[in-house]
Design a binder for this molecule. Structure first.
Ligand code: PLP
Length: 374
């Protein structure tokens, strides 16, 4: 069984290879009409005025922070359970990350801890990460940001098409950032990313930042410039795959429902789907007391599992000096969380097989228990 099957995805899409050959024929590989077409369609899909295609999710976050003016020593809030790239993007701008603990029911940012840190530390920005394909507390975090005059950046690398209170992830912040790394719900055939915003000034700045300071060739206009351009080939692949995104997200939701039905009664915990959320299950995560035992057992039956992520960011070597306070939920969950195979290629039989093997392995185990005021 595969955790994720990109060949399966590509085989669903007619004219994919023809499109790639077409671009080779045209010979226009960087930015170009393909990128402009994708930007227009992605802005339309998310529901923002502007979209700027870039070369990765990491650069998208870094450029978003630059556009809102994050600089030396500026405090930027980020939840500790994210991919390290979110935190590196803060450090690239010489900002100081302020970590927030996890919500144990939903696996997203802990609102109570967020409010405490906002009041105590007066940060300049919050990065809300919609981890695992959820869009938890989008409007609540946007309200906290507005009330306290703080910028809000959304990291939507894992949340293409996720919704909160009926609104898409990527429409709550000043700027939202997407990764199209191949394994994402919408993935390119290499590195790719994008930023979305309704703010013309930020869009104009980012268009220049990504292309050595120029919008028009050799008209270098911004104080800072880099090379974060999106390729035509990636944009064309993304545009074709975009037609399948909602269908594949629905398939992921069905798989998640099947997992829930079969696993809920077993001695493990599953993050709930909030009644206000439409999760798109980039990952399906369970929490078990003896994770290594379960992983070993599943691997005997060629069932792959992954850990997202092996350590919370506050305890990673490069970020440890920024870890103020305590993170009891993140630390407890991090020793126990496990991502099960999740991808639209999985059949009902595949999911039933995974569940059966989990049931066999956990039959004499106890449900994990944890109590924390947070
Ligand atoms: C939550 C999160 N943020 C940021 C990134 C960085 O994106 P990229 O790998 O495209 O630079 C990723 C991608 O892995 C991610 O999952």
């Amino acid at each position: 069984m595969k955790f994720l099957d990109l060949a399966w995805q590509h085989n669903q899409i007619p004219y994919l290879k023809e499109k790639i050959f077409d671009i080779i024929e045209k010979g226009s590989f960087v930015l170009s009409e393909e990128v402009a077409n994708f930007e227009r369609e992605w802005a339309n899909y998310i529901g923002t005025k502007y979209c700027i295609g870039v070369n990765s999710g990491t650069d998208a976050i870094s450029l978003a922070l630059r556009a809102i003016g994050i600089g030396a020593g500026d405090k930027v809030i980020v939840q500790t359970n994210t991919f390290a790239a979110t935190v590196y993007a803060i450090i690239q701008n010489q900002g100081a990350p302020l970590f927030i603990d996890i919500d144990k029911e939903y696996g997203c940012i802990n609102l109570r801890h967020l409010k405490e840190v906002v009041h105590k530390e007066k940060p300049k920005a919050i990065i809300l990460v919609h981890l695992y394909g959820q869009a938890c507390y989008g409007s609540q975090v946007a309200d906290i940001a507005k009330e306290n005059n703080i910028f809000l950046i959304e990291d939507c690398a894992q949340a293409h098409g996720a919704k909160w209170e009926g609104k898409k992830a990527g429409t709550f912040g000043d700027i939202s950032c997407f990764s199209f790394f191949p394994s994402k719900n919408l993935g390119a055939m290499g590195d790719a990313g994008a930023l979305c915003t309704d703010n013309e000034e930020y869009a104009e700045k980012i268009i220049r930042y990504r292309n050595i300071g120029s919008k028009i060739k050799n008209m270098h206009e911004t104080e800072w410039g880099g090379n974060s351009r999106l390729d035509a080939l990636q944009a064309a692949v993304l545009l074709l795959k975009l037609r399948y995104l909602d269908i594949w997200n629905e398939k992921r939701r069905n798989i998640a429902n099947m997992y829930r039905e079969r696993l809920e009664k077993l001695p493990l915990l599953i993050y709930k789907e909030h009644p206000s959320a439409y999760n798109i299950y980039h990952q399906f995560v369970i929490i078990v007391e003896d994770r290594e035992k379960l992983r070993d057992y599943l691997s005997k039956f060629e069932i792959p599992t992954l850990i997202h992520y092996p350590s919370p960011c506050h305890s990673m070597k490069p970020f440890i000096k920024y870890a103020l306070g305590t993170f009891p939920v993140a630390e407890w969950i991090n020793k126990r969380h496990l991502s099960l195979p999740m991808s639209p290629h999985l059949s009902e039989d595949d999911v039933a097989f995974v569940c059966k093997k989990i049931e066999e392995c956990l039959k004499d185990e106890k449900k994990p228990e944890f109590y924390s005021e947070r």
